[in-house]
Design a protein around this ligand. Structure first.
Ligand code: NAP
Length: 242
């Protein structure tokens, strides 16, 4: 059985991924949330753990606990992300953009993610086939930016992409078996997209279950055929320009 960490695994896309990973019977899953207890064996094959990517100490505590509990980690799938919360909505114009909004988005969507990978790398790189799958967003593509708006989210996802691409170059030299993926999940019916679903064309909104199935398919295909370095692809496997 492989060990898979799904950060942000108790809500939205992450929750659907956890369900499908467990149903395959091939994975021991560790699912994190800010609302979970510190470390809790929920069920056979499922551990729930507390993790707040906005707090360095939470990442350190979680990593220390994980090192004490598992021999190795095979996959990290990070689904944690923020577009809006109680304090802010995504910016319609640059005049709405603020340092505070940007720093909060950046902290969760980029910095927290990279700190988590840094903390867990020694455990992950013990695996014969280590994988990091970061749920990014097409909107983080600089080349694909046709519409503008949503400045903080765009910038934080672009920075995440650059961070993982840079790590991918380093790992390709030292750990050629390691795989790094940046995945655009497609517009999915979760709390994150709820306020923005009104004007979507028919058929564009995926259920979390559909998205999870397609993302796992991309992960499994990449593990079979993919090369070292970092890929930025969508749920169908189409390459997204950086
Ligand atoms: N839905 C879409 O249409 C869409 C499109 C493109 C990209 N994405 C990306 O897909 C990923 C999953 O989003 P979703 O649609 O499933 O959204 P969601 O239902 O709103 O879930 C957001 C997740 O992020 C976690 N999270 C938020 N702040 C966190 C923090 N400080 N520390 C740790 N975890 C934190 C939440 O965990 P807790 O609240 O349980 O702690 C939750 O699991 C995100 O990275 C998002 O940017 C989504």
């Amino acid at each position: 059985m492989s060990s898979v960490l799904v950060a942000g695994g108790l809500r939205g896309i992450g929750k659907a991924l956890v369900k499908q990973l467990r149903a395959s019977g091939q994975h021991q899953v560790i699912a994190t949330s800010r609302t979970a207890r510190t470390w809790h064996q929920k069920d056979t094959g499922l551990i729930e753990a507390n993790l707040d990517l906005a707090a360095d100490q939470s990442i350190e505590h979680f990593a220390a606990k994980l090192f004490g509990q598992v021999q190795q980690l095979d996959w990290v799938i990070n689904c944690a992300g923020v577009l809006h919360n109680e304090q802010f909505q995504p910016e319609k114009t640059f005049q709405h953009w603020t340092a505070e909004r940007f720093e909060q988005s950046f902290r969760i969507n980029c910095t927290g993610h990279l700190l988590l990978i840094k903390a867990l790398a020694p455990l992950l790189l013990k695996s014969a086939h280590p994988l990091v799958a970061s749920i990014s967003a097409r909107i983080g593509s600089i080349e694909d930016n046709q519409l503008g708006g949503w400045h903080a989210y765009r910038m934080s996802k672009a920075a995440l992409n650059q961070g993982m691409k840079t790590l991918g170059i380093e790992w390709a030299r030292k750990y050629p078996k390691a795989r790094i993926m940046l995945l655009h999940p497609g517009t999915t019916d979760t709390d994150l997209s709820k306020p923005f679903q009104r004007n979507l064309p028919d058929g564009q909104l995926q259920s979390p279950e559909e998205t999870a199935g397609m993302l796992l398919n991309q992960i499994n295909q990449h593990l079979k055929q993919g090369s070292a370095g970092t890929v930025f692809i969508d749920y169908r496997g189409d390459v997204i320009p950086w």
